[in-house]
Design a protein around this ligand. Structure first.
Ligand code: ATP
Ligand code: MG
Length: 283
């Protein structure tokens, strides 16, 4: 039985459950607030506080966790990251009041920096030969400069709107983070089979999210040029249409290439272009 930790409520909660559900896990999160059974996979889901996850994982109370890389790095957890999951992306950054010119990290020598990430900040500063006074606060770090508590902050940023609202500006990035699947180092040997199965499903779901299925009609003499436009897995499928001289081309494209590909296909005379989401992609 795999014990999997996800955040109890907060930023990672919905995306974590969504991912597990798309992996086909049917989770009964009804009455019990701490634990949920999975009906069709040998797993239990534990709903934990974000900050508690690294310890539970390291101690083997849970085998796996969906958690921000930033949390594991700060706690220096002796666990292994198996997969990056592509959501809850953020940066741990240094930010200063907007009006202050920033000439480089050495400017922070002897200054006071407020953060909830003392370990990551300290190692970054040390690596740059900077010695600053680190002021640990657990929340609302971004108000510290305004109330005279610090000269700068080191905090998580995604859109930057919280910094902006507080008259701060991101000056330096210490770490980039996203949600990941992490494993307890003993569990990986003992429960290998089911961990591998879950990883396989996660990869298929993440692959699929990055791709779309596309089909369109094209005159036969344009098949070659159309396939050269498609950055395909293999070569596209070509099916004859009833109408003479026309074919239907099917392929899978990356979402990043999407609009570009559509534009080029239209230019060469593709018609009836259909784009369909991919639910799973096993490669
Ligand atoms: P707890 O669950 O213990 O109450 P928390 O309140 O810190 O912890 P959340 O704020 O819900 O938890 O989530 C924090 C996590 O979300 C971070 O550790 C990080 O991985 C991720 N995250 C993504 N973007 C941001 C952001 N802009 N600010 C803060 N956290 C972010
Ligand atoms: Mg919280």
């Amino acid at each position: 039985m795999l014990k999997i930790a996800v955040q109890k409520s907060g930023r990672l909660y919905e995306d974590s459950l969504q991912l597990l559900k798309e992996c086909g896990l049917s989770i009964d999160n009804g009455m019990d607030q701490l634990k949920a059974e999975v009906r069709n996979f040998p797993a239990e889901i534990y709903f934990l506080r974000n900050s508690d996850v690294p310890q539970y994982l390291e101690d083997g109370v849970v085998d796996l966790a969906i958690i921000g890389e930033n949390v594991l790095m700060e706690k220096q957890s002796a666990v292994t990251i198996l997969e990056k999951l592509g959501f809850s992306k953020c940066r741990l950054s240094l930010a200063l009041p907007k009006h202050l010119p920033y000439l480089g990290i050495t400017q922070l020598n002897g200054k006071k920096i407020a953060t909830s990430y003392p370990h990551l900040l300290r190692s970054y500063l040390e690596s740059k030969g900077v010695s600053a006074d680190i002021h640990l606060i657990s929340g609302s770090v971004e108000i510290a400069p305004n109330i005279g508590l610090a000269d700068a902050i080191c905090d998580l940023v995604s859109s930057g709107s919280t910094l902006f609202k507080n008259g701060l500006e991101e000056k330096d990035i210490i770490l980039r983070s996203e949600a990941c699947l992490a494993v307890n180092n003993q569990s990986i040997n003992i429960k290998n089979e089911w961990i591998d199965e879950l990883r396989f499903r996660i990869r298929s779901v993440l692959q699929a999210r990055g791709h779309k299925y596309i089909l369109f009609n094209i005159p036969n003499e344009k098949i070659e040029i159309a396939s050269s436009i498609l950055p395909v897995l293999k070569s596209p499928t070509v099916l004859p249409l009833l109408e003479n001289g026309w074919s239907s081309l099917h392929s899978v494209i990356h979402v990043h290439d999407f609009w570009n590909v559509i534009k080029k296909l239209k230019e060469i005379g593709a018609q009836g272009i259909l784009v369909i989401p991919v639910e799973n992609m096993v490669i």
